[in-house]
Design a protein around this ligand. Sequence first.
Ligand code: PHE
Ligand code: ZN
Length: 881
Amino acid sequence: MRTDTGHVFKLEDYRPSDYLILQTSLVFRLSPEATCVIATLTIERREGVAASAPLVLDGDGLTLLGIAIDGRDLQPGDYAATPDELAVLKPPAASRFELVLETEIAPARNEALMGLYRSSNVYCTQCEAEGFRRITYFLDRPDILSIYTVRIEAPHNEAPLLLSNGNPVDSGALADGWHYAVWHDPFPKPSYLFALVAGALGKVADSFTTLSGRKVELGIYVEPGKERLAGYAMDALKRSMKWDEEAFGREYDLDVFNIVAVSDFNMGAMENKGLNIFNDKYVLANEETATDADFANIEAIIAHEYFHNWTGNRITCRDWFQLCLKEGLTVYRDHEFSADQRSRAVKRIAEVRTLRAHQFPEDQGPLAHPVRPRRYREINNFYTATVYEKGSEVVHMIRTILGAEAFRSGMDLYFERHDGEAATIEDFLKVFEDASGRDLSQFALWYHQAGTPNLTVSSSHNARAKEFTLEIEQSVPPTPSESRKRLMHIPLGFGLVGAGGKPVSYGDVEGATVEDGVIHIRKRRHVVRFTGVAERPAVSLNRGFSAPVTLSVEQKTDDQFFLAGHDSDSFSRWQAFNTLLTDALIAAFRQVLGGKPPAFAQRLTELAGRIAADETLEPAYRALALSLPGEADIARDIGKGIDPDAIFAAREALALAIARANWENFTGLYERLADKGPFSPDAASAGRRALRNILLDYLALLPEGAALATTHFRSASNMTDRAAALTVLAHRHAGSAEAQQALAGFEAKYRNDALVMDKWFQIRAGVPGSKTVETVRALTGHPAFSMANPNRVRSLIGTFSSANQTGFHRADGEGYRFFTETVLEVEKRNPQVAARLATALRSWRSLEPGRQAKAREALLAIAGTEKLSADLRDIVERTLA
Ligand code: PHE
Ligand code: ZN
């Protein structure tokens, strides 16, 4: 484990390296406890660098067994090697030379899952961000692009399959039952994209013919026996390849494309050139074991990793500060893909919900950082919702500002100009400026400045002058180490909505640039006057979620109801209803705190019923509208003095009021939505299941509906319905005989299927209330649980600490004590997973004083532990700062 050195990496310190590594040839002799790695590196001194400049390579926990330059072994005084660094003190005078390094590593003992490790007897690698230096000494930075040739040797019976990046060029038998394979990747790449897989795996094969007629062999490798679970992933891969040709003109470039699913993986998946490695949760699926959400995630992540081939691999990042260059853009691309494959309107709402649930709290708390950070202590902690999701929103805004055509020209220019390079955000913005002739200098602040901007908006109508006025003021709240903010360029989508939902026309506009339904906010305050507006319109703001901002709008409740029923922009229509729900929930929260039973307007609960039954709306859209703002979302909107129990009570009360007001309507719909034909994971079928399952959630709140959940559970013919019913039983009827029975039945049926057991752990960890901490503590001893497996840890501990508000934030602090213990225990093996878990307390300052003090104690207990990893220390210290 790398302990913290306290070193802070700064963007302004970036310097090109003195040396380049033109060719990298690697030989692996695989063995669980002692794998031998021989690296032959063709090194070139950059022009202008003194011959005396030492060559300093990165390492991480390495043991050097041999070192030679141009065929001659180096003598002790010629180099200095520690586990974390190798310095060649007197490099040759020639500008180009060959360095041979031999290291030995123990994949079986690698529990951090970075570098070369073993997952269920399969050798695999993870090198992003800085894992390659755990394999051999190297210039382990993304601006060092090298051509790789990889030879893998292993016992044939243990590892019949030997894979690496690029194209296969040779293979054969060796003595003593060993064999070898050689792979060559013709595209220069940074070390973080290196990959190797070796083991006994089952294969699903297919092929794809590119636009220009080249045939690509596709392979998905899974645990033997699970091949039948890879069909959906393969289909998603072929659709992704086709889509990237159509939407971005990007063709695949190697003869093979392989995906390997492994069961121990720190993240979702990894885009290694020609050899993507996936968390098996994002590959394996059929209706019996996967939910509709799993299918959608698989489709999106398969696409995401595939799209990285151009945005990330062909054009990579100059340094890790530029991480959003590949991630924000690739998330944008996978969002577009899913929107095209499914329903654009539904997809957009889901994206915004995710952004608000994960990125907003980050941006509004102690871990806030710009989309392109300027400093970090541990880069692993910057694979965040800000870099990914907000990074994607920034690209979305560029598209909004430029329009579809100029945006596409900019992308074309990006590929043309930077192919084969390690680029920066400045390079990225420049292509759009050049393609459109627009000035994006103020817009660039979206990359440089942290925090969620807020727009305060009020409107007035002057009937006599036929003038409608919007007053808009922007502010960006202070964030850690950025107290003063500059004014942003915010593209604000809007619409003036008249009777029946029709757009209201207007004449001249003054006070801001308005183009194509977008107001360009650039100053602190704009007074935007629309002339020729005879009747007062309702104003629909941030249509399509054109900018990732919060809004404080003075708006009549009548207008909100009107927009929730009539806005022609489906995102904003959803938003209007969601805002009404949020406002009602906040009022109810205050009533609960004041000791009063919460009350809700009848027209709100009725509107919920009308939306549920509105056949002009897609079922998936209706399901999203009916799913109430989450407890954490409500907490964020309240801001401070959070008592999670009161929020829970308010939310339950609203759900009950909606269920009571719509009993007949909901039961009728619930029955009509029952699935008849065979299962299909397509978006429309998934939408019907989603609507039916949320109706079940409401109905089960009423005494008349309790039995329904049990029936739903028993008659379920797919995992979506089964898991939904089990959640309702376990969360709404915790402790009941029906819930106990269903949980036990599910456990008995799936005890040997780890990915399905994750759902069971999640459901149990999510049971609201004070008893769950004890359940979760006990479940850490369950035979299907393991502290060494990231998926298990995230399902049980992660769900409890970041998705169970009442359980985790138990008033006596027991949830926090459990959290401290487990974070420290996980950290011993896997610092990255521990650091991610630890972010669960990032909003601790918004809690009411009692819980706040206890949360602080828990964080201090972690911070006070000696020899913390860089990953965990960075998170807790920033959280406490
Ligand atoms: N680069 C991966 C992705 O976004 C994520 C990842 C980061 C995976 C670091 C592993 C380690 O597709
Ligand atoms: Zn990515």
